[in-house]
Design a protein around this ligand. Sequence first.
Ligand SMILES: [Zn+2]
Length: 114
Amino acid sequence: MHEVALSQQLAGAVARAASGRRVLSVNLRIGALRQVVPESLAHAWTFTTSGTPLAGSALEVEWMDAVMTCACGFSGVISGEFSALCPECDAIGTIEQGNEFQLVSIDVDSADNS
Ligand SMILES: [Zn+2]
């Protein structure tokens, strides 16, 4: 359940960014290689923010595919069990995308956002 640890980390960052304003939604970008389970993250977020100023805020996640490029010319989405090996030639490829865990933006209650 590393989603709980991620949520706690995230809640800290969001609380700092919100600086006391009521948070309506949190926009995130999460890469496939993070192996985050959407339902688990949603539950963990509800649990983590319960009783805090972030309670009731929604998580909006942009899920990023894992993309690899390789010296052999391969460039594409890798799926399933993560491997650093190129599916075309078994050389070690370069991960271009998929490790993201980014807080993109937060939407705060406009009544408090002067
Ligand atoms: Zn290759």
